[in-house]
Design a protein around this ligand. Structure first.
Ligand code: AMP
Length: 149
């Protein structure tokens, strides 16, 4: 498979899961000149990509070795696993890091209690529940600050 025409950067980022978060990420990274391949097991999920998305959208299962090899995972500078299943995301992250030696690996986790476990394994995690709580706290702090003026 031939990947894209070279963009301004040499980065090649694979995103697994084209849901609300994955599609958003793919649109943003592609708009910033990244070479992006996004994979989802459902073709319908790609409706979320913007019309300007300049990467590749591939139907496949992120834990299927043939699918990730076809995506040339060994050439990826980063793999971001953002399916709606924590175990799947961790499995993809471990596969990318341990089997294909991908440098940057990030997994989305719904369960905040598992975050530290995976951090200890050297896998970066995004935990929307934790990020939302921090953001809410920040916004509340802002309100309190403004009220006290
Ligand atoms: P969301 O919950 O909106 O972030 O959507 C998660 C996306 O991950 C959905 O589009 C699912 O089809 C996709 N997904 C779930 N499991 C897999 C998998 N094993 N491989 C690829 N995509 C997946």
């Amino acid at each position: 498979m031939k990947l894209f025409e070279k963009k301004k950067t040499d980065e090649y980022i694979i995103i697994i899961g084209c849901g609300r978060l994955g599609a958003n990420l793919a649109n943003t990274l592609s708009a910033n000149n990244g070479n992006v391949l996004i994979m989802d097991k459902t073709k319908h999920a790609f409706r979320r990509l913007s019309q300007d998305f300049g990467g590749l959208a591939v139907v496949g299962d992120g834990i299927d070795l043939d699918a990730v090899q076809n995506a040339q995972i060994e050439k990826a500078s980063a793999v971001i696993a953002v399916t709606n299943d924590d175990n799947t995301n961790i499995m993809i992250a471990q596969l990318a890091r341990d089997m294909y030696h991908v440098n940057r690996v990030i997994a989305r986790l719904y369960d905040p209690e598992r975050e530290s476990v995976y951090r200890d394994l050297g896998i970066d995690t995004i935990c929307p529940a934790v990020l939302s709580a921090k953001e809410a706290d920040k916004l509340l702090g802002k309100c309190t600050e403004e009220e006290s003026k």
